[in-house]
Design a protein around this ligand. Sequence first.
Ligand code: HEM
Length: 345
Amino acid sequence: MLERAGLRVEPRAPAATRRSDAWAATFAWRERPGQPDVLRWLAFLAVLSIIGLIGSGAWVRLSGSGLGCPTWPDCTRASVVAPATYHALVEFVNRCIITTVGVVVALSVVASLLRRPFRRDLVLLSGGLVAGYVGEAVLGGITVLMKLAPTLVAAHLVLAMLLLADAVVLHWRAGSRERSSQVAVHRGVTLLADLMLLAALIVVAAGTVVAGTGPHSGSPGTPRFHFDLRSTAEFHALVGMFLFGLVVAAFFLLFVLRAPRAAWRRYSTAVGLLGLQGALGYATWFSHIEVDVTEAHVFVAGLLVVALVRFRLGFSSARPPATSVVRSVVFVGVGGGPQHQEPGQ
Ligand code: HEM
């Protein structure tokens, strides 16, 4: 009626939205092009700290410092800080990195909630980081209670890799203006990149079985898998070679589709790290699982996961076409769709 009388009636926002808007007006910030993006920086820190955590966790196991701090959260009954003994210090550094990851992850979820325009995908990804972190903490506690049972140690590392992948996606998407990822290339390319990720996950999982069978249990007298070490290492290396085969296939696909430079750059990083990882894997085996070489092998596994996830993300890019893989006509032509911008940007 009012409208018929020429008066425009604005729909009233639900009470919850009004409350959250008032709250946001006080605390939220608006990400603007050209200004530092808080969430993106936090996601970057999350990536770095989780890689550090994977490296320090491996060092705890390889140096036999698994029970270096016998209590939690204090290191000893007397102090939260470790005494100046090797195993206690290794475990203490690992705990410091765990705390850093926790702080960064908690800040990420707050930043994604306060960010305007609100992005559900970013909240879900940072929420995933928190969920994964809590999962890691629970799993870590049970692992100590179960005297470093190899299945739990293995699950701990696999979950850390998933957490890392989540942080990489969050970092990528926080830098884009898109809410949803739209496949901007030929389906075959994304399928291959997905297969590479799956193969990497299987190699990592198989690697944890080798580690659970091998000599470095994390602390003297802890249980081991009763597999044949050579067979587990052979299976692990075989899946690694399958991954290498997929990477070679990707080379031909990128070549035929005349992929743009950005795709080749991410591809080269992944290939370089995979080559290094393969070499380190054989060095680990032929050095009879020497601890320094094995540490490098686990650390590079984290870097490789980052490179493979970024390679995949390049094909569902929400970035401006001029700098992304959607540049080539062939690439956009099949399966591409119009990219939408979120309101307010
Ligand atoms: C190609 C990609 C590869 C990836 C991503 C990878 C990754 C991993 C990971 C994540 C672990 C588990 C470490 C832990 O649980 O702390 C591991 C262990 C291991 N990997 Fe690999 N690996 C690869 C290739 C190879 C190759 C080609 C070999 C050669 C045989 C190899 C030999 C080993 C050995 C012997 C261990 C056990 C180390 C231990 O007992 O601590 N890896 N690998």
